[in-house]
Design a protein around this ligand. Structure first.
Ligand SMILES: C[S@@+](CC[C@H](N)C(=O)[O-])C[C@H]1O[C@@H](n2cnc3c(N)ncnc32)[C@H](O)[C@@H]1O
Length: 397
């Protein structure tokens, strides 16, 4: 009987086969793309991951409809700034379970019926497994709904609002590592010592080329300094630029609202953050290990605010506001909503306490309240200059 312990990171057969075909190793970015978005094996691609309090991880809209109710006046303001003679679109990229899209459609129809009558809900979801569940959820939508790709949207661009809530954090990142002499791309390699049980490991790969080195220079990392020793690892966001360009091509005029985990560069690339921001989530568990059970865990990395703003500007977007979620929701009336719970005598105590807890979680500075809202606009003739309700002072209670 063999006494060898099972490998820490067994390679599933599909991945072992692809790694062998690739010569034994692939850049981390390719690994993350496959583990999340491969249509058969990826966590999102297969539809395996479930968003929500009973799923793999909760997001703000999955806590209840208060988040959408607070966000809707902001969306209505932006829709009202669009040319009055045009039909409008509310586009959501990466709708997950469809909760936010459905709640926004309901809130807009209830509060702004004339605007809702001009508005179509467009859903952009590259992963068929997720799109299937969204279709079932959005059967109840009071707005007309259509699923399409960015390519289809850019063939017939719209006037309106594009939402990306916890989507950009699912784009594959490049992990880069300082080896004491050079910056290298981190790669995922196959251990084949035991042919019957191949396993995965992370290792430094090729030295970075000019384009990535230029990004490091812009972030002040080209010379990592003595505070970042050999082995210091972080992430770059190579897919953001193309995503933002596709998004820009889809809007004739309007606003893109990105809501996501994000840090300023000084915080993201601080010397003490020696292993980046990459995390894995499954069944409400968080882990810093990206190699366990590939295709069964969500993999996510924070956004770097400066890199996002630079990539957005290069894609033709103008930033019109950026704020922490906690402050944005307070500006949109969260405190009044919390206070109003006291006067909802008809609702059961359990339901009121659950809503109170959800509202507090949305602004908790240690979790969802620290998310960032970043709004960007594309203007055209007849379109008022974008402003943001969420950047204003909170209303007086
Ligand atoms: C974390 S979920 C967010 C779900 C939802 N927005 C929410 O907050 O509950 C990420 C979603 O983005 C989708 N997605 C991943 N990559 C994408 C891309 N390149 N463009 C659009 N959506 C993408 C995933 O399939 C999934 O539906």
């Amino acid at each position: 009987m063999s006494s060898a312990a099972a490998p820490a990171h067994p390679a599933p057969p599909w991945l072992a086969e692809r790694l062998r075909a690739a010569g034994g190793a692939i850049p981390f970015r390719t690994y993350m793309q496959w583990a999340l978005h491969d249509p058969e094996h990826g966590a999102y691609g297969s539809g395996r991951l479930q968003v929500g309090a009973r799923g793999d991880f909760a997001t703000s809209p999955s806590l209840g409809s208060d988040f959408a109710a607070l966000l809707t006046p902001q969306i209505a303001q932006w829709l009202l700034q669009q040319p009055a003679d045009q039909s409008l679109a509310l586009v959501e990229a990466g709708p997950g379970e469809g909760d936010l899209a459905l709640q926004l459609a309901q809130e807009l129809t209830a509060g702004w019926p004339e605007l809702a009558a001009r508005t179509t809900l467009l859903l952009i979801e590259p992963n068929p497994g997720m799109a299937e569940r969204q279709r079932a959820r959005l059967n109840a939508s009071p707005l007309r709904c259509r699923w399409l790709s960015f390519a289809q949207l850019s063939a017939r661009p719209v006037h309106g609002v594009l939402l990306a809530h916890e989507v950009l954090d699912a784009l594959a990142v490049e992990r880069v590592q300082w080896d004491g002499v050079l910056w290298r791309r981190q790669q995922v390699a196959l251990n084949q010592v035991d042919q019957a049980q191949p396993s995965l490991r992370l290792e430094p790969g090729e030295a970075l080329q000019r384009e990535e080195l230029a990004q490091l220079e812009a972030l002040g990392l080209l010379d990592p300094g003595l505070q970042r020793p050999a082995g210091w690892t972080t992430e770059l966001h190579p897919e953001q630029g193309a995503w933002l360009q596709q998004a820009a091509a889809g809007l004739n005029s309007g606003v893109l609202l990105v809501i996501d985990y994000a840090h300023e560069a000084w915080r993201y690339y601080a010397p003490q953050r020696s292993n980046g921001t990459l995390m894995a989530y499954r069944q409400q568990q968080a882990s810093p290990d990206p190699l366990q059970a590939p295709g069964h865990w969500d993999l996510t990395a924070h956004l770097c605010l400066e890199s996002l703003e630079r990539a957005a500007a290069a894609a033709g977007w103008e930033c019109i506001g950026q704020r922490r979620q906690g402050e944005a929701l307070l500006a949109l009336g969260l405190a009044q909503r919390l206070h109003g719970l006291q006067h909802q005598a008809g609702a059961g105590l359990d339901a009121l306490l659950t809503r109170r807890e959800a509202l507090l979680r949305l602004v908790d500075p240690h979790t969802l309240g620290d998310f960032r809202w970043a709004a960007f606009q594309r203007s055209s003739a007849g379109c008022a200059t974008g402003s943001c309700l969420f950047m204003q002072d909170p209303p007086l209670a």
